[in-house]
Design a protein around this ligand. Structure first.
Ligand SMILES: C[S@@+](CC[C@H](N)C(=O)[O-])C[C@H]1O[C@@H](n2cnc3c(N)ncnc32)[C@H](O)[C@@H]1O
Length: 353
């Protein structure tokens, strides 16, 4: 006989599911709000739907009103029933408007859209065990990924992560050679180049369109003289005697992270440092059953594991591999010392020598 239904548990669970579904259904409306400049327009002050439509460049009021009520129901904007005005609080503005805020989350909505679009490809992977090439995921996943990680990098790389490494910051100020591997569209490389003008930086990634985008960013920031971007797989990065190798949120995406670790050992100077930034995770899977682990496990199912399984070896570490597993992989490459230098809610920073 089926177990009896506990009404209280059922109500609590359905309540949770309604919240989750509301979040899922807000994905297209949030993306529209970002693209149409509605959040930005609201950041300049409270507005009725008619004022907001005007402020955003003359949009159709009826659509703007429905959108604004949806965001009010989401709790993403405020609504004053007396004045009929919508508003963006300072905290909401940090999430939806201030691009350099550490919690600017709009790019996550682009990632969700790309994940939904890639569903049929990943479904096929479940059946046959293959992967999805990084460049074959849907939409502009690589742009969305760069934009998703950028706020964390803007607020942490120079301020806390590099200073947490043993003696590296002083060397960067003096002038060293740095390889940023798996650099994507290059935000991490450019942030480091801006902060340490005496050092030389080369960003490498195996995805050519990302490298083209990174080169455009370098030109736009006037850094093209000190920063280079080259197409290369991690295991084929040329050169020797790098003083610092950085990998931001990409080691777990690689098919052969152990082979990559071996190659890092070969291209580093004997006293060089390898900095590995990885998604935050607990040591055991059960430690990751929390809001951040939830985001990462879902993204990992749709993006990270298929990306790794598409490559040689196909280790499939996943975004929640955790420090003990990552340290084992890194040691396998010949690194005697691995330690956690820093961490935060979204990332952990490992230092290998
Ligand atoms: C999640 S993205 C992170 C990109 C960038 N570091 C950032 O933080 O925005 C992972 C990156 O790893 C790159 N990648 C994956 N496997 C690679 C490999 N074997 N060699 C070089 N790059 C690789 C992808 O092209 C992608 O740009």
């Amino acid at each position: 006989m089926a177990a009896p239904i506990d009404e209280a548990k059922l109500n609590a669970f359905v309540g949770k599911m309604l919240g989750d579904l509301g979040g899922a259904m807000s994905v297209p409306t949030v993306r529209l709000g970002v693209r149409l400049g509605l959040f930005d327009a609201l950041a300049t002050g409270p507005a009725t739907s008619a004022e907001l439509a005007q402020r955003a460049g003359g949009l159709h009021e009826r659509y703007v009103r429905e959108w604004a009520m949806a965001q009010a129901a989401n709790g993403y904007v405020g609504f004053d029933p007396a004045s009929r005005e919508f508003s963006l609080s300072p905290e909401q503005a940090m999430v939806f408007h201030h691009a350099d805020s550490p919690v600017y989350l709009v790019a996550a909505y682009e990632m969700v859209a790309a994940m939904v679009e890639a569903e049929p490809k990943v479904e096929e992977c479940f059946r046959n065990g293959t992967g999805v090439r990084w460049g074959d995921h849907a939409g502009c996943l690589f742009c969305a990924t760069g934009a998703f990680f950028r706020p964390g990098y803007v607020n942490h790389i120079v301020q806390t992560w590099i200073p947490a490494l043993d003696g590296v910051e002083a060397k960067l100020h003096a002038g060293i050679r740095v390889a940023d591997i798996g650099c994507g569209v290059g935000f991490s490389t450019l942030l480091m180049a801006q902060a340490y003008p005496q050092s030389q930086f080369t960003g490498y990634d195996f995805h050519a369109p990302s490298i083209e985008e990174a080169r455009r960013h370098a030109l736009a920031h006037g850094l093209a003289d000190r920063v280079q971007f080259e197409v290369a797989t991690a295991k084929e990065v040329p050169g020797r005697d790098f003083d610092l190798v950085t990998m931001y949120d990409c080691l777990h995406d690689m098919g052969d992270p152990r082979g990559c670790a071996k190659h890092m050992r070969e291209i580093l100077a004997p006293d060089g440092c390898w900095m590995i930034v990885e998604p935050m995770a607990g040591n055991r899977p059960e430690d990751n059953l929390n809001p951040v682990g939830r985001l990462y496990y879902n993204a990992s199912t749709m993006i990270c594991v298929p990306t790794s399984l598409d490559q040689e070896v196909g280790e499939g570490l996943g975004a929640q591999a955790g420090e003990p597993k990552l340290a084992e992989v890194i040691r396998d490459g010949g690194f005697a010392h691995v330690r956690r230098a820093a961490d935060g809610p979204f990332n952990m920073v490992l230092e290998a020598r």
